[in-house]
Design a protein around this ligand. Structure first.
Ligand code: BGC
Length: 900
């Protein structure tokens, strides 16, 4: 039997993408094999712009020939140059370990974007006049009340005719800050809140839509522009648009429609709009047919050509409405004030269905929390007004949802509703970057499942084309600390490759000549420079995770010089290898405080410098730059020595001498050096004991860490052999802890360990403490990636009392990696799935009295000795606690029991 053809063909991580901008797109595919220890020994990829050629097996643009390689991802196109705007088809076949070749895969396609600046004939346009309004701003970034001067919704239109038969039609479009594109009366595509956030001075992202089936003889393009982040307070001007339509007849470009002075500009229903403000829509102002052909736009002034950034394309999962939530309950705490509870904190907006008199104004306010009297508590929204206003046109049923704003909320308050609303009048739209779900975790401990579930909601709520801190208040920024602390969790749960590639690109663009980075990206204000090192290392952390989990070596090549520049910047700010001045946030948000009082900023900053040097040396190694590896190793050694000299006092790390007044040094100070193995060997035990003393004795198995310490606390305890203690910390229902949030009714993670309800720093939908989720995968389920792109994985179910089952699976670049285990009295069952081309170290736990282990019914180990030969499984050792096997790809069912 020949091997099964490759499937799940992707180009640059996406299925049949449009608008690729790289000269050599990278291909990937997934293999499956019924056998074991299967791997690809060679592949052949062919590429052609002609589907017919491809069908006949002809790769006239590229034929890789039989390429000896076990790689099934990151295979870069190596043929003749690709053309702007053209579609290419490709397929692949593979040779397995026995030399048998598979049939060809089904074809896949990719389409190039506009590769050269000169491909853009369109000009940036904007109305000659706009109407401004002002709203509250963002205090954290120093742009406060009244500073957010923005424009009312802007409408642009243009008609065009198509006389010949069109084979292909595409529109390339970018509208800043946000746009909605309409063609012949309908919205094009299902994306919302486009384009992705960038620093618009450096790049603006255009999208490509296939409009072939929507083009008729007479056509009208309509675009509504909203403010988004393209506002004066951030150094940009009024909204603007660039758009280009390509109409093609049999591969030949017949016509282009471009934005220029001939476009008309007007107004419509969308009025005030702002990310924090909300949106005001007056349906009475809707100009019927404005986005359809034959509309009389003679009173609409012409647009003017304005300056604008270079449009670039970075295809990635767009923001969409991914779910519609029905409200669970509704009540009216006061006459005509109706509160709806969606039962879940989430990012997005409300869709309202209503009929009522013309001019009736309905207001929707959003909040994460309630006041004791059942009204909204909007205090955590801080400066964000978060109000949507809809004014009825009064013609039967009307449906409203905002276009250019989003909110973070669980409760919505509706006032002005004509009559008594019911649950059917409202729907909650869950809005976020629509990254594919690629991981799953569950276990027998319900509280951990609940925490995991809250993390998923929190993570998605904070993916808005960049990783954000929160969706509700006047921030929603790409804070780097929050981003990197949750990145591994995000990667285990979702396909983050294209999303983070975009974010890394923005970090790179945000870097200054001197190598410094901002605390948040895109950096809308200057005061974000230079970053707290614990935030800045996001650049290295996320680059590393993309390389490690997705095997993305192009990321390393692309960013290496800039990553190095960042480490050099840290070096220039170090005095005797100690970073004294750059710290601002450090171990942010530990119990009872926002800014850390017990974990010194110099300690977290210097530790981050060390971490950066270690990561850089790994990049250098992956790139084969041996001189750099040596230099980084020396640098790391120097930082470590300085760190220990300065912060290690007797048996613990602290900057403050521990006296009677302060008996409680921070857990984080000890966790961080333990996590990176920085502690001198003779002190390790002591430092660990101090940490345990704090966790177990002083804090009764609760975390006393901020977000940095929380990222590593459970791993450090587990690795030191205190998995049971880590489990206790993770499953605490009392304050402070993840379980406490669940007990208090949280449906996402909070910013603070405390259940705060005032106007301070207390978002109820922050993701930075979500790092615990990767511990769930790695330790509770026991599934760990050990080599780039899951080439080697470790399966090691924990021996923890109080857990009987756990399972996790991850769709990797090679296919599915999965583990599921079940424990019952003297029986232990373990199912393992290893994708083609990967291997796993399987640590099979010896539960009490275990005397034999079978795999798929064959005895493989008995009474301490390997027994028999099972295909794909080799016995390595027995350390008394676990029996270690090495396995190749395939599905394995291990079973350990006490008797035959
Ligand atoms: C954000 C944090 C962020 C921090 C940095 C806060 O306001 O919400 O999550 O990392 O600022 O100071």
């Amino acid at each position: 039997m020949p091997p099964v053809p490759p499937f799940f063909l992707r180009s640059e991580y996406l299925i049949n993408p449009l608008g690729l901008s790289t000269a050599a797109p990278r291909f990937s595919w997934i293999l499956e094999s019924a056998g074991r220890a299967s791997r690809q020994t060679a592949y052949q990829v062919i590429v052609s712009p002609d589907a017919g050629f491809l069908e006949r097996g002809i790769g006239d643009y590229w034929d890789s020939g039989r390429a000896e390689s076990n790689r099934t991802w990151g295979i870069a196109y190596g043929g003749v140059p690709l053309w702007s705007g053209k579609v290419y088809f490709w397929k692949v076949r593979w040779w397995d370990e026995g030399g048998s070749v598979s049939p060809w895969s089904e074809p896949a396609s990719f389409e190039m974007g506009l590769l050269q600046e000169r491909d853009w004939k369109a000009k940036w346009i904007s109305p000659q006049k706009t109407v401004e309004f002002s709203s509250r701003g963002n205090v954290t970034l120093g742009v406060s009340s009244g500073d957010f001067v923005q424009c009312l919704g802007i409408y642009l239109r243009r008609e065009f005719e198509v006389k010949e038969k069109i084979r292909r039609a595409r529109v390339y479009v970018c509208g800043l800050g946000y746009y909605e594109l309409r063609l012949n009366g309908r919205k094009v595509g299902d994306r919302v809140l486009e384009p992705a956030q960038t620093d618009y001075n450096k790049a603006a992202l255009y999208s490509v839509f296939d409009i072939t089936s929507e083009v008729r003889e007479k056509n009208a393009l309509g675009v509504i522009l909203g403010n988004g982040r393209h506002i004066k307070a951030y150094g940009y001007g009024r909204p603007r648009l660039i758009l280009q339509v390509h109409l093609e007849r049999e591969n030949e470009l017949v016509e282009r429609v471009i934005t220029d002075e001939d476009w008309k500009t007007g107004y419509g229903a969308v009025l005030e709009n702002g990310i924090y403000l909300g949106e005001r829509t007056d349906s009475r102002l809707e100009q019927d047919g404005w986005d359809e052909p034959c509309f009389d736009d003679s009173s609409w002034p012409n647009a003017e050509v304005v300056a604008g950034p270079n449009p670039v394309s970075r295809p990635m999962p767009p923001i969409r409405v991914t779910d519609r939530l029905a409200p669970r309950k509704m009540w009216s705490p006061r006459p005509e004030v109706h509160v709806f509870d969606f039962g879940q904190n989430f990012s997005g907006w409300v869709r309202l269905r209503v009929s009522g008199p013309r001019g009736r104004q309905i207001k929707v306010r959003h909040a994460e929390l309630l006041q004791p009297d059942g009204t909204l508590n909007v205090l955590p929204n801080q400066n964000a007004e978060a109000e949507d206003v809809f004014i009825l046109k009064g013609r039967g049923q009307e449906v409203f949802e905002p276009r250019f704003t989003y909110h973070g909320f669980r409760y919505a308050e509706v006032t002005g509703f004509p009559g008594q609303p019911t649950l059917d009048n409202l729907e909650g739209c869950f809005v976020h970057s629509d990254v594919p779900k690629t991981g799953d975790f569950r276990c027998s401990h319900e509280l951990l499942n609940r925490i995991h579930r809250n993390i998923l909601w929190g993570q998605l709520s904070n993916l808005m084309s960049i990783p954000t801190d929160c969706p509700q208040r006047d921030e929603r920024q790409g804070w780097l600390g929050d981003a990197h602390l949750a990145a591994e969790e995000a990667i285990l749960n979702f396909d983050m490759a294209a999303f983070y590639s975009h974010f890394l690109e923005e970090i790179r663009l945000a870097q200054k000549e001197d190598g410094s980075l901002p605390d948040a990206v895109p950096p809308y204000v200057e005061k974000l420079y230079p970053a707290d090192p614990a935030w800045g290392i996001a650049y290295l952390e996320i680059a590393w995770l993309l390389y490690f989990y997705y095997g993305d070596d192009r990321i390393l090549l692309r960013h290496y010089v800039c990553l190095k520049r960042y480490v050099d910047h840290l070096g220039r700010n170090a005095e005797g290898q100690i970073i004294l001045k750059l710290g601002k946030y450090g171990d942010w948000c530990s119990p009872g405080e926002v800014a850390p009082k017990r974990t010194p900023l110099e300690l977290t900053s210097t530790w981050s410098y060390y971490r950066a040097a270690v990561l850089l040396s790994r990049f250098a190694e992956a790139l084969g730059r041996t001189d750099d590896v040596r230099a980084c190793a020396r640098l790391a050694e120097g930082i470590k020595t300085a760190f220990n000299d300065r912060f290690l006092r007797d048996d613990q790390y602290t900057a403050v001498r521990v006296g009677p007044a302060d008996k409680s040094p921070s857990q984080t100070s000890n966790v961080l050096p333990l996590a990176l193995d920085m502690v001198p060997p003779d002190k390790k035990r002591l430092v660990l004991e101090r940490l345990l003393e704090s966790v177990v004795m002083e804090w009764d198995c609760h975390p006393d860490t901020g977000i940095l310490g929380a990222r590593y606390l459970l791993d450090v305890l587990t690795q030191a052999g205190y998995g049971q203690t880590a489990f206790r910390v993770a499953t605490q229902k009392s304050y402070p802890g993840w379980g406490y949030m669940v007990e208090q009714g949280a449906t996402t993670l909070w910013e603070r360990w405390e259940n705060l309800t005032g106007s301070g720093m207390n978002s109820h939908n922050h993701i930075m403490l979500g790092s615990i989720d990767s511990w769930f995968y790695r330790v509770i389920a026991g599934l760990r990636c050990d080599a780039p792109a899951w080439g080697m994985m470790t399966v090691r179910p924990p021996l923890i009392t109080g857990l009987t089952d756990a399972a996790a699976e991850v769709s990797t670049m090679r296919g599915k990696a999965a583990v599921a285990w079940h424990r019952e009295a003297r029986l232990f069952e373990l199912r393992v799935e290893v994708p083609v081309g990967a291997e796993a170290m399987v640590h099979f736990p010896l539960v009490e009295g275990a005397a034999m282990i079978e795999e798929s019914g064959s005895l493989i180990w008995k009474a301490g000795l390997a027994s028999g030969e099972t295909p794909g499984v080799s016995f390595l050792k027995n350390d008394g606690e676990y029996v270690l096997f090495r396995v190749g790809s395939g599905v394995y069912a291990f079973r350990g029991s006490s008797c035959t």
